[in-house]
Design a protein around this ligand. Structure first.
Ligand code: PRX
Length: 662
């Protein structure tokens, strides 16, 4: 198993700082210790109560959990509801229309304040426009937008008519967008001319045009938001402006009630093969766990808190903890379009001071970056409104955890380190801020209603103090219902490693108290800045370049981003490879990966080698390459087909320019 935690396992296990909840915090907390025993006594009944409490149903459910079709669960299946009604309309109907739903902050400082009543009108207009463009209940809509209010309106408009959305992160390339559009058979793409990033307008529409020019596509229309005002190419009959279609539509729309098991969205995520998986989630169970966890883990008080999750809507965190969880709970939140360092490195802290943010949810990589920039930057701002801090997406090293609490949280705020995945839909393992005595670096305990543990190779739970694989042992409401169009792959990927257990792909350890510490992926998935990338997908991108004969990619520990992509390539002399300088190879291949997948997948480093270490059966031994990439003594190489390969690689790398003459 790989320990990808910056600082390493040794560090983690010697971590003995403890932070009990203050008595004031505990006294006012939404969830108390007894929730665990209550949920354990009858897990489905616990979730049924949350579903009834937190959501409005047009047809109440009587069935709770049907696991007879395992591994596909059905929750609350005879109930009907609408996700957008739950996230928007019911708050207005209850007299809370004037409450701010979204404080939007553009990168350049432009702002918009959107109340729940505004949101109802905007979402209704968008739903009417989508319907006028031919989108019907069950049709799929691809969304390729920056983090602007229209992204939220569009997701909710889809939910309002029961058309599953597939949000594609704006940092993905035209190629990646095309494959996702085709896989989901999306009828409509919603995009923008561009968005503002790092002080400049960055285009989005050209990637949609390029994607749709690649071949046959199911797309009938492209709906375009004008954000930056930059020039865009236009396909008459296909492309329509948001301002002509949505802004002119009626602001009244009746939400379509759907079955609890109706698909709400598809979200593509990297797996261990070259083809991303379309993880799909349904409505009733997903919303139940999104709302419950948002309220319990962040101790949300909707009347007074100002909540800010820094994730983009292109990731699951943006779905569950920007759109569905907070809005179903009637929260007031901040959304911010840009980067933390534009126009200056205090931008986030300025936003917290300005809106008096009380709950902040972000990723360890952002915290480590701010640590690097220095604590004198946040200390210039008034952060005293903060009362809960969250972390997500990758293991947080104890030093970053302690810095986060001390510098950002004023030594006062509880920290919740939340473990979950695109597949789990919502938080699974996390401290509860009014209950748990926290340990820096540990996600600690499964939430009430969640059954997870750590097992050995034979699926036996490991004793306290030992490591193994993280598994979920009982179905949960927001679990994925499968991989879009490929249920066999769903069963194979998650349910075949251990019989009847959900295998998450993460290594974990239980400490002497039974608390869980996540140790990173045990499969060929990397985690770069909290984003999932597949080694195989990047390898396929590299070998699609004419210079490359073979490629192997590993995730090497990186101080800031958790892991970084390091690629080893063998060049094809016959195709012109091998005649370039190491610099040219680096630049060309990095750009090629950006074009094939997106800039987030660019390798930090590309090393040209003569051979790759392989077992006798031809499997690349990534473990050894990781040793090289992390400048460690190379480990046991006895199973290599050719034991001299590692010497060759090491020699090649120590040569100036690291260019292999072959
Ligand atoms: O390896 C785990 C890591 O992120 C993976 C899930 O990635 P994704 O589906 O993109 O979702 C990220 C946001 C939920 C997991 O398999 N991960 C997520 N949260 C944590 C974590 N690793 C350690 N600690 C966490 N809190």
């Amino acid at each position: 198993m790989t320990d990808t935690t910056p600082g390493g396992l040794e560090n983690l296990l010697s971590e003995d700082r403890r932070f009990p909840p203050s008595s004031e915090f505990a006294a006012q907390a939404n969830v108390h210790r007894d929730a665990y025993a209550w949920a354990d006594a009858d897990r489905p009944a616990f979730w049924a109560e949350q579903a009834r409490d937190l959501l409005d149903w047009t047809t109440p459910f009587h069935e709770v959990l049907d696991w007879s079709g395992a591994p596909v669960a059905r929750w609350f299946a005879d109930g009907r509801l609408n996700a957008a009604y739950n996230a928007v309309d019911r708050h207005v109907e209850a007299g809370r229309g004037d409450r701010v739903a979204l404080h939007f902050e553009g990168e350049g400082g432009d702002t918009r304040t959107i109340t729940y009543a505004d949101l109802q009108r905007e979402v209704s207009k968008a739903a009417n426009a989508l319907a006028a463009l031919g989108v019907e209940t069950g049709d799929r809509v691809a969304i390729y937008l920056p983090l602007i209010p229209e992204a939220v309106f569009t997701m909710l408009a889809c939910a309002r008519i029961g058309a599953p959305h597939s949000v594609v992160f704006g940092g993905f390339s035209a190629e990646a967008l095309y494959s996702r559009i085709v896989d989901a058979e999306a009828k409509l793409v919603v995009t923008a001319d561009g968005g503002f990033r790092r002080g400049a307008a960055s285009a989005l529409k050209p990637a949609v045009d390029e994607a749709l020019a690649k071949g046959e596509s199911p797309v009938e229309h492209v709906l375009v938001v004008r954000r930056t005002g930059q020039d865009v190419a236009w396909t008459e009959g296909r492309d329509v402006w948001w301002s002509d279609t949505v802004d002119t539509a009626s602001d009244e729309h009746t939400p379509v009630a759907v079955d609890a098991e109706h698909p709400l969205f598809i979200l593509y995520t990297s797996g261990t093969t070259g083809k991303p998986k379309g993880i799909f989630h349904t409505t009733g169970g997903y919303l139940t766990q999104a709302a419950y966890t948002h309220k319990a883990v962040f101790d949300l008080k909707a009347e007074t808190d100002v909540y800010w999750c820094t994730a983009d809507i292109g990731w699951i965190t943006g779905h569950t903890y920007v759109v569905y969880g907070p809005l179903v709970n009637g929260a007031t939140q901040v959304i911010y379009e840009g980067t933390p360092d534009t126009p200056h490195r205090g931008r986030w802290w300025e936003i917290i001071e300005k809106y008096k943010v009380s709950i902040l949810y972000t990723a360890p990589t952002a915290i480590r970056t701010c640590m690097k920039w220095g604590e004198e930057i946040p200390s210039k701002f008034d952060l005293s409104s903060l009362r809960v801090l969250g972390s997500v997406g990758e293991p947080i090293n104890p030093e970053a955890w302690v810095w986060y609490r001390r510098v950002i949280g004023g030594d006062r705020t509880p920290i919740v380190d939340t473990w979950w995945q695109t597949e789990t839909g919502a938080i699974m393992i996390s401290p509860l801020p009014g209950v748990t005595t926290t340990k820096p670096g540990s996600a600690q305990v499964p939430l009430p209603g969640i059954a997870a543990t750590v097992v050995d190779d034979d699926a036996h739970p490991v004793p306290d103090g030992s490591g193994g694989y993280l598994v979920v042992t009982e179905p949960w409401p927001s679990m994925l219902r499968g991989i879009w169009g490929d249920q066999e792959r769903y069963a194979d990927t998650y349910w075949s490693r251990f019989k009847d257990l959900y295998f998450a792909g993460d290594g974990a350890k239980k400490d002497d108290d039974g608390d869980i510490w996540l140790l990173g992926r045990v499969d060929d998935v990397m985690n770069v800045s909290g984003h999932r990338l597949s080694t195989t997908e990047i390898e396929s991108a590299l070998v699609s370049h004419p210079w490359v004969a073979e490629a192997a990619v590993v995730g090497a520990t990186d101080e800031t981003t958790g892991q970084a992509v390091v690629a080893f390539v063998i060049l094809r002399g016959d195709a012109g490879g091998g005649e370039q300088s190491a610099d040219e190879v680096q630049t060309t291949l990095r750009n090629h990966v950006a074009k094939e997948i997106g800039p987030i997948a660019k390798p930090r480093q590309i090393l040209v080698v003569a051979e790759l270490p392989k077992t006798r059966s031809g499997k690349i031994m990534r473990r050894l390459l990781r040793d090289v990439a992390e400048h460690r003594q190379v480990g046991d190489a006895t199973t290599l087909a050719d034991a001299s390969v590692m010497d060759l690689i090491a020699q090649g790398l120590s040569a100036p320019g690291a260019k292999q003459e072959d």
